[in-house]
Design a protein around this ligand. Structure first.
Ligand SMILES: [Zn+2]
Length: 432
């Protein structure tokens, strides 16, 4: 009989048993990296810890954090724990802010990744008779490959479209009968906008039931708009190249956070400034330790993604811990007049105002010693045509103030004037 769980035993394992399993795997992991990799051995030594010091889950705190900068120092293969002849795939982050992070996978790693992705897609309702239109960029980026592996593991059909050429995307999506879409949230809405320009109705002319969306921090308002525009259920997918790619945590549809596949990933939340561990329920930076990866395990990787962790039982019946939706990346954090804010909060405020769209851009103007912000917003064509645009700008500015307690200048710009992205949206730019 079909159940709503992909792996019922693990997904409903009592928390105590889950923790026992994590501890058993953690103990093995620390011995494994210590033996297999001189970089890890050095790191343990300089922190004054031996694998035998890890006796309980809390002992994890004795181990040093691993940051993105650390990973760049080990570029490309210095943290790989298997001979390169055992590596089947290599992926990498985009490296827009420096050297990319290189992720390697053994056969076992790929099988585990496929299983984790199947678990994520299954939780969203995706089944064997579904057809996944995969609009994540193929290539070194993990997004497309991870979704393909998971959908194939379920036995469903994959359309390996890749990103770009929106007109052709839409034709393929419609003609090939796609029932699910994997893409970034911003591109999903852009596709709807493009479809409408072609005279198509995203709800009626397509058969999309679910969207598996990720790789960006997006507001609840944007999620709501995607669901209404496409008539789909938008399921958030979370993951990072450093940890495995997508498949770290998933949306069960209860609207109350994402379940972490805790049999594979041990999660901590720490103070983003001091690194001090925070208790459950406190907002902080997510830190992951991979428990089963062979080629490229990470121990205490600092994600810079801010969220809240909970172990409370979820309505869906899963016992796996959850994290809240990602509030923002520490990298996207903007400090204005001493206040810290995230593009996602600005997005939320904009979308609360009638007549606006999700097309906005935050322009940072560095006027030493102060940073000021200007926010460009595209209204709907109808609202733009109705005039009184200063009034609209003022309304948006007030809504942003209500959200973050900072006054920002809002400029209403003509529909279509803000550049669209076929991958991750670039919400923040520096003024020239
Ligand atoms: Zn749930």
């Amino acid at each position: 009989m079909e159940t709503r769980f992909w792996d019922e035993r693990i997904e409903t394992l009592p928390q105590e048993e889950l923790k026992d399993l994590q501890l058993e795997r953690l103990k093995k992991l620390v011995c494994y990296v210590y033996e297999k990799n001189s970089g890890y051995k050095e790191r343990f030594k300089s922190a004054g810890v031996k694998p035998s010091d890890i006796k309980k889950l809390e002992d994890l705190e004795k181990l040093p954090f691993l940051t993105k900068d650390d990973l760049r120092r080990y570029y490309p293969y210095d943290l790989v724990c298997v001979p390169m002849s055992e590596v089947l795939y290599i992926h990498a982050s985009s490296g827009t802010t420096g050297k990319p992070v290189v992720a390697t996978y053994t056969k076992e790693d790929l099988e585990n990744w496929a299983d984790l992705m199947a678990r994520s897609l299954w939780a969203g309702g995706f089944r064997r008779d579904d057809v996944l239109h995969n609009a994540f960029g193929y290539g070194l980026f993990t997004g497309a490959h991870g979704h393909e592996l998971g959908a194939n593991k379920i036995g469903a059909t994959v359309i390996p479209m890749g990103s770009g050429n929106t007109r052709r995307q839409l034709a393929v999506m419609r003609d090939f009968g796609a029932t699910a879409l994997a893409a970034t949230p911003s591109y999903t809405l852009y596709m709807a906008e493009f479809a409408k320009e072609l005279g198509l109705d995203p709800k009626k002319d397509f058969r999309i039931k679910f969207g598996f969306l990720g790789a960006e921090a997006w507001s609840d308002e944007l999620k709501d708009k995607i669901e209404k525009t496409w008539g789909m259920r938008a399921c958030e997918q979370y993951g990072l190249t450093e940890v495995i790619g997508p498949g770290v945590s998933f949306d069960c549809g209860m609207g109350d956070g994402l379940h972490i596949s805790a049999d594979h990933f041990l999660t901590e939340v720490v103070d983003p400034q001091t690194g001090a561990p925070l208790p459950l329920g406190k907002r902080g930076e997510l830190v992951f330790t991979t428990l089963l990866k062979e080629a490229f395990p990470v121990i205490r990787f600092r994600t810079k993604d801010l969220a809240i962790l909970t172990e409370e039982r979820c309505e869906c019946g899963r016992t796996l811990p959850r994290h809240s939706r990602i509030l923002g990346r520490a990298d996207d954090m903007i400090k204005v007049k001493g206040v810290i804010l995230f593009p996602r909060q600005i997005e939320e405020a904009i979308m609360r105002v009638d007549g606006t769209t999700e097309n906005y851009q935050v322009v940072k103007e560095q006027e030493v010693p102060l940073t000021t912000l200007r926010v460009l917003v595209e209204p709907t064509p109808e609202r733009f045509g109705a005039g009184r645009l200063e009034e609209l700008a003022e309304q948006i500015s007030q809504e942003i103030y209500a959200m973050v307690s900072v006054h920002v200048d809002v400029e209403v710009v003509p529909p279509g004037s803000i550049p669209r992205s076929e991958g991750k949206a670039k919400r923040v730019t520096e003024a020239e």
